[in-house]
Design a protein around this ligand. Structure first.
Ligand code: NAP
Length: 182
């Protein structure tokens, strides 16, 4: 039997995955302002086997589709083509497409992987935020919006020392939308 509640609980969670400097910076001149091997491994573990949704500029910075994940790129340019990815012209259609992929491959999450514009537009519909806090103040031109602790609660955190292939130390935090939050 299905009712509205069961149908809702079958929806994949919308999960934001991001690395943010102490001063809110996430990017500089179309690229990441750090080298964090530990975070790349975590990113892969969090997103593998799940649809990933990204803005056209983040797609450009990756330079190739992320393997093992349906790649969905958002662009207002209806002529834009991305080899190895599907292009949609709004966040809503990207999420709809990602839901269909999730149902097909049996994924329980859709991952929003940036950049700044897409995070800003999607934080209002995100269920979970996986945030790597990068222990540094860095120069940059792209930022992550402030996380409202009335809306999200911290459900996990872990300190990680700087590894050999990391430019900075990190702190991993998972935030979950509070039950009462809209
Ligand atoms: N630290 C992290 O975790 C992280 C993660 C990802 C990215 N980044 C960094 O973030 C930076 C990129 O972020 P960004 O904010 O400049 O760009 P972005 O969010 O990756 O992409 C912006 C583009 O997405 C499209 N777009 C945005 N909203 C749309 C909408 N509502 N409907 C249709 N298309 C829409 C537009 O593409 P068109 O111009 O083609 O119309 C827009 O130019 C880079 O420096 C990257 O390295 C950091």
């Amino acid at each position: 039997m299905t009712d509205a509640k069961t149908e809702k609980s079958a929806d994949p969670r919308v999960v934001i995955v991001v690395a943010v400097a102490t001063n809110g910076v996430i990017g500089r001149e179309g690229d990441l302002p750090w080298r964090l091997s530990t975070d790349l491994k975590r990113f892969k573990a969090l997103t593998i086997g799940k649809p990933v949704v990204m803005g056209r500029k983040t797609w450009a910075s990756l330079g190739r589709p992320l393997p093992g994940r349906p790649n969905i790129v958002i662009s207002r340019n209806r002529d834009f083509a991305a080899e190895g990815a599907e292009v949609t012209s709004s966040l809503e259609t990207a999420l709809e497409l990602a839901r269909r992929h999730a149902a097909t491959i049996g994924a329980d999450e859709i991952c929003i992987i940036g950049g700044g514009e897409i995070y800003r537009q999607s934080i209002g519909v995100a269920d979970v935020l996986h945030v790597t806090e990068v222990h540094a103040e860095v120069d940059g031109d792209t930022r992550f919006p402030a996380i409202d602790s009335v809306i999200f609660e911290k459900v996990f955190e872990e300190d990680l020392p700087r590894g050999e292939k990391d430019s900075h130390a990190m702190h991993f935090v998972t935030w979950r939308r509070r039950e009462t939050a809209e």
